[in-house]
Design a protein around this ligand. Structure first.
Ligand SMILES: [Zn+2]
Length: 395
């Protein structure tokens, strides 16, 4: 059994409560509590804020290498532009290394990713120590050969991930979207997801042009179409910028979680998701960057700030703590990962931020802490990242 003591943390945000001058004891991959004990390793946290690691609930790591190359295009044109870039497994692996490095440096401890190169991403994630939920991206554009191929590759990936025997790596089936997947593919994938007891991770209702396309293809709207097919349960839905009232009711009824990706939605001109309405309806909201080619970063502190600013357009009193929970405890709960909180029994996924940067001054009163983390902190304030009880970054 290995043990780790975080000693004298200046501030700890759990995030249900705030503690001051506190120790945190970790044994193996679990948080034991706030008492001190002898430990194999001790981290001096006198000038640090300790908080749960951030969860980036929607991205595409292998697209790192297209960062800054596909610009000034609306959503569907941007999606089609990927065909102009040939990616191979070497480029995908290099992208995954760079992307995971960027994510860790910015305090992200869990990534939800989907791409054509999930095997390569899994291999890199395995060695870099990040927690990740992976899905092989499935697109068939109505061609039956591609339907079979998509399913075959997804099944192979499930087997490969099991062979890694790594509790930090898990699977979510990832059909790309309603407009790029046939009904046959969507129905098959849902059966597979049920069999393996995992979620479906899919882009839904991202842009008005996507919705128009689905109306032409299927004579309905994307999320309603999934519900009509009987496949709308246990979904992690990226975007949901444009939902009808009926679709919002379906999301609530079927227990769908929405991943809000505000930077990508703004950059591609997709719109601003009405998160305030979804919250009122009691829908779980997670946060994601989306891929680095539509963001153009994997910075979850920036995503938290922009989420907060957009919500304040509708409700200036919206509390910053709710944003912090979307990126930590609420996200972990939706994903079924026993992390996202600093409390006894939880997985030890934590980050330590330096309190001494000029942009975090002054920090003398407890009520400043959460506002600083959402509105003032930068990813470069993250100095230590602990995942599954292991220190994976310390600088
Ligand atoms: Zn995406």
């Amino acid at each position: 059994m290995s043990s780790l003591l975080i000693k004298n943390a200046k501030w700890v945000i759990t995030p249900d409560k705030i503690l001051k001058d506190t120790d945190i004891m970790i044994k193996d991959n679990q948080i034991i509590g706030f008492e001190s004990d002898d430990a194999d390793k001790t981290i001096d946290a006198r000038n640090k804020i300790v908080m749960p690691g951030l969860i980036n609930a929607h991205t595409h790591l292998p697209t790192v290498w297209t960062r800054g190359l596909i610009e000034n295009k609306p959503t569907l044109e941007w999606v089609r532009s990927f065909n102009d870039f040939d990616t191979d497994s070497n480029l995908a692996s290099l992208s995954a290394i760079t992307g995971i490095q960027e994510a860790l440096l910015g305090g992200t401890t869990t990534i939800v990713d989907c791409s054509y190169f999930s095997k390569e991403v899994a291999h890199i994630a395995h060695y870099m120590g990040v927690r990740i939920v992976l899905g092989q991206l499935m697109i068939d554009d109505g061609q039956s050969e591609r339907t079979k191929d998509s399913i075959k590759k997804a099944k192979e990936l499930v087997k490969y991930l099991a062979s890694l025997k790594n509790n930090r790596i898990s699977y979510a089936f990832a059909p790309h979207s309603v407009y790029r997947c046939s009904n046959e593919l969507l129905i098959s994938v849902v059966q597979l997801a049920k069999k393996h007891k995992v979620k479906l991770h899919i882009h839904l209702n991202e842009s008005k042009s996507e919705i128009e396309m689905v109306k032409k293809q299927k004579n309905t709207t994307p999320l309603k179409h999934l519900d009509d097919l009987g496949v709308s349960k246990n979904i992690l839905a990226a975007h949901c910028v444009h939902l009808t009232k009926q679709e919002t009711d379906i999301v609530k009824k079927q227990g769908i979680s929405i991943v809000h990706c505000p930077v990508s939605n703004l950059k591609l001109g997709s719109g601003i998701a009405p998160i305030e309405n979804y919250l009122i309806a009691g829908i779980p909201i997670l946060l994601g960057t989306d891929g680095p080619s539509s963001n153009n970063s994997l910075d979850m502190f920036e995503t938290m700030k922009i989420t907060a600013l957009l919500l304040k357009l509708k409700n200036p009193a919206f509390p910053a703590i709710e944003i912090l929970k979307m990126a930590t405890s609420y996200a972990a709960k939706s994903l079924g990962i026993d992390a996202g909180k600093i409390e006894a029994g939880k997985l030890a996924d934590l980050i330590l931020l330096d309190t001494r940067s000029p942009h975090l001054q002054p920090l003398t009163r407890q009520e400043q802490l959460v506002n600083h983390l959402v509105f003032s902190a930068k990813s470069s304030d993250v100095k230590t990242v602990i995942i599954d009880g292991q220190v994976v970054l310390n600088h």
